[in-house]
Design a protein around this ligand. Sequence first.
Ligand SMILES: [Zn+2]
Length: 485
Amino acid sequence: MKRPPVLKLVFGFLLLVPLANCATNPVTGRQNFVMMSESQEVSTGRKADQEVRKEYGAYDLPTLQQYVTTVGQKLAKMSHRPQLEYHFTVVDSPEINAFALPGGYVYITRGIIAYLNSEAELAAVLGHEIGHVTARHSVQQYSASMATGIGATVLGILVPELGSDLGQNILGLLGNALLSGYGRDHELEADRLGAEYLARAGYDPQAMIRVIGVLKNQEEFDAELARQEGREPRRYHGVFATHPDNDTRLQQVVGEANRYVLAKPAVGRAEFLDRSNGIAFGDSPEQGIVRGSDFLHPGLGFGLRFPKEWKIQNRPDRLAGINPARDAAVELTLIEKPQGAPADFLRRTYRLGFGSELGSTTVNGLPAATAVTTSQKGAPLFLGAVYLGSRAYVLKGMAANSHAFTRNRPDMLATFRSFHPVTDEERKLARPLTLKTVTARAGMTYGELARQSPLGKNAERYLRLINAAYPTGEPAPGQTIKIIE
Ligand SMILES: [Zn+2]
């Protein structure tokens, strides 16, 4: 959640795209069943780009952004669709991912950048995404989901009320594939194409395998943490069950790029580390921080506790929690300078009539009001408004049906009642972490660095992971390494 206020998602324009034609695949030269011409593809990408920016926000570090664009454009010129106008964006997300939209829009999270160790590895991630664009994987995916009528509920949320707000946006229509991958064959094709573009742009294509190895290690580590913390693991979409060192098909497709390798491929380690110095690591306090079931927003000055086991979604324009059965959810939005007392504000904003159980209350000393009403679609809706500073925070509780609503109403109310001004202790917990480069002196170990690190009990493993020294490597004297402060 970012200030300022609530943005409404715009969607539905995809339905206007004229359907069905065949198009030549730029990579294979064969005809594919796709529903989009290239100009439709580009305009779809352009519109979806606005959704992604709203959903994630671009990362505000111009030197890094410029660097990623330069590397990306170098690869794009060597691709099968060099005439396409490409856009590369670093998104402000701690997730470890990269993805591409139709029409040449490529995104890389600041989260993944922390785990890379050279320009060649950055190029490998971007090259893989360019491969998805040139082979038109997202277009094919999109066409398939439109043709079969699936795709609308992609975020997997079963609450109809949320359908419009959380699920049915453009990312939803493009399918899970965007974030979770396209299946083994398309992923391997993207690796093959990415390796080719790497080699043609003057990098070593083996960087593709190195990068998948780093991400595989990270994924295994995160799966272990996720089990301990009772949350879902984070996955990079292109990583498969087999470790890349033992993955013969991957070795083979990347090996095909060797014929394009230049005499002295570039690595660009120093330059890359220099450009990524100072980036945020993990959640950023500007967006709010999730710690277990607690959400803390030091910037806006509030905290909120979700029911145990609920999945927390923190996006620039909203904060949401979804229950394990995925039939109930709460959503917190904020409104600047509300007029009148909380109860009046709720009554006016939601046109509440008699029978809406509207009542004034306080929440942890803050003026507040709650109501239960019926939404436009006829579903029961819990509403809570609480004032903090010059803002109103509105928590909406929704459910798939009235049974689910009754069952989850106590949790909705408890979530609302947990709203509180952030404490000094919480501010300390929410301190931002940043990545910094240092020169290793003789005898320095990751164990020693871990003891001075704010990363907690897993610090040593995190430090090895981000420095490609997992599981047992140590810094070499004079080597530039990354630490987290
Ligand atoms: Zn992929």
